[in-house]
Design a protein around this ligand. Sequence first.
Ligand SMILES: Nc1ncnc2c1ncn2[C@@H]1O[C@H](COP(=O)(O)OP(=O)(O)OP(=O)(O)O)[C@@H](O)[C@H]1O
Ligand SMILES: [Mg+2]
Length: 152
Amino acid sequence: MRLGALLRGGELLLLDGQLGTGKTTFTQGLAKGMGITDVVSSPTFTLLKEYTSQLRSHTQEETQRGLALYHFDLYRLDDPDEIIDLGFEDYFYGSDVCVVEWADKADLLWPAERLHIHLKMMGETERGLLFTAAGQRYYELLRQFYYATASS
Ligand SMILES: Nc1ncnc2c1ncn2[C@@H]1O[C@H](COP(=O)(O)OP(=O)(O)OP(=O)(O)O)[C@@H](O)[C@H]1O
Ligand SMILES: [Mg+2]
């Protein structure tokens, strides 16, 4: 949730980790932090699900379109080229937020700048998360995230 609250649009978050390590659960928290009220479920059978946050303007009572979250799950992807065939690449260079489960299925294809999150099973009720920034903006994002989590 804290990381989601720091997102401004245009971010690419790549998740990897064994079955059941918490990739979907992590995305649910991220969505909440972005102000998304819809229930985020596993997109396993659809490859991609889209959610939009609602921003309420302070001056007017109208709601504006907030950031979109594109939630990918590549578990069932047979060939990384399918991503290109399906036109998914455009999303990764867009101005909304992309989260990709099983990102390691398409390793060579990602933009140079992205945030990697590796999830690991530490025990039945415990998970380890390793965040790795590639690119200045993600380095800065991780720095903010570090302060947001360390201060509470
Ligand atoms: N941070 C966490 N701490 C403890 N348990 C967790 C955590 N995150 C997820 N879990 C539990 O792990 C199980 C699997 O979670 P989840 O479905 O999010 O994993 P996943 O990595 O998306 O799985 P899949 O590989 O099938 O997509 C659930 O029972 C969930 O409650
Ligand atoms: Mg999942």
